[in-house]
Design a protein around this ligand. Structure first.
Ligand code: ZN
Ligand code: ZN
Ligand code: ZN
Length: 265
């Protein structure tokens, strides 16, 4: 099944431009140097119902703006990589689409690991608490993430990766994979990535960081995994779009907000 992978945001947790910074990348006029918080959209046409299916991976603090830009009118499911602010804080902005979804097909499923679910329940207590009385709360349902999850016939496989000391979730869907906030990829997870055609990896900057891969480390994984095309995301203001891409091989590039690539589910 043909699908489209759209980068809703390719920035690191602070976004680019970074508040209070006047560096060359933060003041760049190249729109590809403007990076909202990291998130992707997977969309495809459901052959059974002839309707557009939409899956979002992470809803960060910029989700509303990203959804408006991408023309997202409904969401079939959300997958969460982990519960850091830059990946979850936009959950509440699902409300308008969740009201429509609830009427048609029920609450929007939010798939996450149990530790991520526990944090989401704490942050959005007014939504998830059994005692929640807030009438306009998002019509969403937290669901424990299994090794495989099917969304209207498309399989999303969990790929465990390390983010510092934290085990978080990456995802493989068909011939594409999305791994963000990665500092190490365990050997069994590398096995799960065999045959990937389009690979997305986080690559923060050149300088080492305790819980994020450097661009050099991400490039090494890209070579090892051997996807036809690798796109880097979760990029800090240390990496200018054009100047960095000039140093990279043709099949490994910095992604940018709004980039859409075809993938096969
Ligand atoms: Zn992050
Ligand atoms: Zn800067
Ligand atoms: Zn993180």
């Amino acid at each position: 099944m043909q699908a489209t992978l759209t980068f809703l945001g390719t920035g690191t947790s602070m976004g680019v431009p970074t508040l209070g910074c006047a560096c060359a990348v933060c003041t760049s006029t190249d729109p590809r140097d403007c990076r909202l918080r990291p998130s992707v959209l997977v969309s495809w046409n459901d052959p059974e119902t002839q309707s557009q299916r939409t899956v979002v991976i992470d809803t960060g603090p910029d989700f509303r703006e990203q959804a408006l830009r991408a023309g997202i009118a409904h969401v079939d499911a959300v997958f969460y990589t982990h519960a850091h602010a830059d990946h979850v804080l936009g959950m509440d902005d699902l409300r308008p689409v969740s009201f429509t979804a609830a009427k048609k097909s029920g609450p929007i499923p939010l798939y996450a690991s149990l530790d991520t679910i526990a944090i989401l329940m704490r942050i959005f207590d007014y939504t998830f608490s059994p005692d929640a009385t807030y009438i306009n709360r998002a019509r969403v349902e937290l669901k424990s993430l299994a090794a495989h999850t099917s969304v209207h016939g498309a399989d999303f496989m969990r790929i465990p990766v390390m983010h510092g000391d934290l085990e978080i979730s990456g995802f493989r869907f068909g011939s594409a994979a999305y791994l963000t906030d990665v500092s190490a990829i365990p050997e069994p997870s590398l096995e799960l990535l065999k045959g990937v055609d389009v690979l997305v990896l986080s690559a923060l900057r050149h300088k080492p960081h305790p819980s994020h891969a450097t661009l050099e480390q991400a490039l090494e994984w890209a070579r090892k995994i051997g996807a036809r095309q690798t796109w880097f995301t979760h990029i800090s203001h240390d990496l200018g779009h054009q100047e960095t891409n000039r140093t990279l091989p043709e099949n490994a590039r910095l992604a940018w907000d709004g980039l859409s690539v075809p993938v096969t589910l």
